[in-house]
Design a protein around this ligand. Structure first.
Ligand code: GDP
Ligand code: IMO
Ligand code: MG
Length: 429
């Protein structure tokens, strides 16, 4: 009986949904601990594809409990739509198998509007957010002006809180952005209408998690985004507004830090990034386009084409240290098929000197050039591989190099989107 955190080591979209769905077979609890519906986690089960945004990726397994913990920001309108859409597809979702923290902060329509207006006003300096209101919602949480899901239980008090919040927000909308103000009564009516649907799912999930931990249940913590998008440790300001690092498991769920037992870091066999910000190993050529086409690298949440490039181990090594990653999952290896040679970024060259860290100053980072190690590519279709020996020699050489550069062993190799297309090397539970 143990627990495992699944974290993305790059800029998100490493395949967390697939791995969480796979591992949830033997888990009791599946817990989202940070981020919001900026996440897009795709699961392919029996040929059917499911894109999840706020609902944890364990939801397709009957008998498992999915938890949206307090570190997550929840857009009630979007969550209701997501639950209804899944229910329509035959996924059973009840207050017994989905528990949502009443302490989680709500993303309200004014957060989405502010996200869009700010991005629009920034022009060339925009972050390229998902437009889901994530930043403004976390800002209000830290500013102690946010509304939590627990507020849906008390419609009388809700009206006052919304009115107070809109006093400040409307000032920005009207006087900074030249927009019409939002009406507090309309918004209150909308919020009250979510209450009946959502309140049965609300609970203090920290107790659910502590109880499961106390009973030695298997718990999976499902990260969103990736370490390079971490607001503290990522390529700031081109980051999200939460901490996708493993430390956030404790803060965002109420599990004591010493009780987190394993951390699995997901590493895509190449790199993708969606939105703006530095990307040293980006390929703006035919190889980048080939990776995008083969890997279907288009955003699950926004449909934007993802920027693609070679695997850069400098930030991933930092992620291994930052999160205490004990094993990695190498994802989407099959996508590299058909390239003559494969490159892995090993270090950066800064003004003629080799360095092994990502400079915090983006102007200095812009002067860095990746140092590559080049190995032969493989032509074979590896999507049916079930064990390491099924892989062509060149693919195994690539994996060995990756493990050596990261200093941790692989727990699994993913060779296709479905559950079955996985070489499992280590069982956590
Ligand atoms: P997440 O945000 O980390 O959950 O990742 P996304 O779901 O946004 O993006 C990963 C995409 O790659 C999804 O469409 C998955 O179905 C798909 N995928 C996951 N693992 C593999 C793999 O090993 N090979 C291929 N070809 N696709 C994969
Ligand atoms: P999953 O969980 C990839 C990126 C956005 C933008 C930046 C800030 O599917 O891996 P935000 O809306 O969070 O304020 O946007 O972060 N971003 C993601 N990129 N995968 C994600 O989630 C992401 N969530 C946010 O593109 O660059
Ligand atoms: Mg995604």
């Amino acid at each position: 009986m143990t627990n495992v955190a699944i974290v993305g080591t790059q800029w998100g979209d490493e395949g967390k949904g697939k791995v969480v769905d796979l591992l949830s077979e033997n888990a009791d609890l599946i817990v989202r601990f940070q981020g919001g519906n900026n996440a897009g986690h795709t699961l392919v089960v029996d040929g059917q594809s499911y894109a999840l945004h706020s609902v944890p990726s364990g939801i397709l397994r009957p008998g498992k409990i999915s938890v949206v913990a307090s570190g997550v920001v929840v857009d009630p309108e979007e969550l209701i739509l997501e639950i209804k859409a899944l229910t329509q597809r035959g996924v059973r979702i009840t207050p017994e198998n989905l528990k949502i923290s009443e302490k989680a902060h709500m993303i309200l329509p004014y957060h989405r509007l502010l996200d869009a207006l700010r991005e629009g006003a920034k022009g060339g300096l925009k972050i390229g957010t998902t437009g889901r209101g994530i930043g403004p919602a976390y800002e209000d949480k830290a500013a102690r002006t946010g509304l939590r899901l627990v507020d849906l239980r008390n419609p009388a008090a809700l009206a006052g809180k919304i009115k107070l919040a809109l006093r400040e927000k409307n000032c920005l909308f009207e006087h900074l952005y030249g927009q019409k103000p939002l009406n507090a009564d309309d918004l209150t009516k909308r919020a009250v209408s979510w209450s009946a649907f959502l309140t049965p799912f609300l609970t203090d999930t920290y107790l659910t998690i502590q109880d499961a931990q106390g009973r030695n249940r298997n718990i999976l913590f499902e990260g969103a985004q990736g370490v390079q998008l971490d607001v503290d440790h990522g390529t700031y300001p081109y980051v999200t507004s939460s901490n996708p690092t493993a430390g956030a498991v404790a803060v965002g769920t109420g599990l004591a830090p010493k009780d987190l037992q394993n951390v699995m870091g997901l590493v895509k066999a190449y790199t993708s990034r969606v939105g703006e910000g530095p990307f040293l190993t980006e390929l703006s050529d035919d190889i980048g386009q080939k990776i995008r086409d083969t890997g279907l690298e288009y955003g699950t949440t926004t449909g934007r084409p993802r920027r693609c490039g070679w695997l850069d181990t400098v930030p991933v090594r930092a992620a291994v240290k930052l999160c205490g990653i004990d094993r990695v999952a190498v994802m989407k290896l099959d996508v590299l098929r058909g390239l003559d040679e494969l490159k892995i970024g090993t270090k950066y060259l800064l003004d003629g000197r080799e360095i092994d860290w990502v400079p915090a100053d983006l102007d200095i980072l812009a002067r860095c050039r990746p140092v590559y190690k080049t190995v032969p590519g493989f032509a074979e279709d590896i999507r049916g591989a079930k064990k390491l020996e099924d892989l062509p020699r060149a693919a195994r050489v690539y994996l060995d190099l990756l493990e050596e550069l990261l200093g941790v062993p692989a727990a699994l190799i993913s060779v296709g989107p479905d559950r079955e297309a996985t070489i499992v090397l280590h069982q956590y539970f």
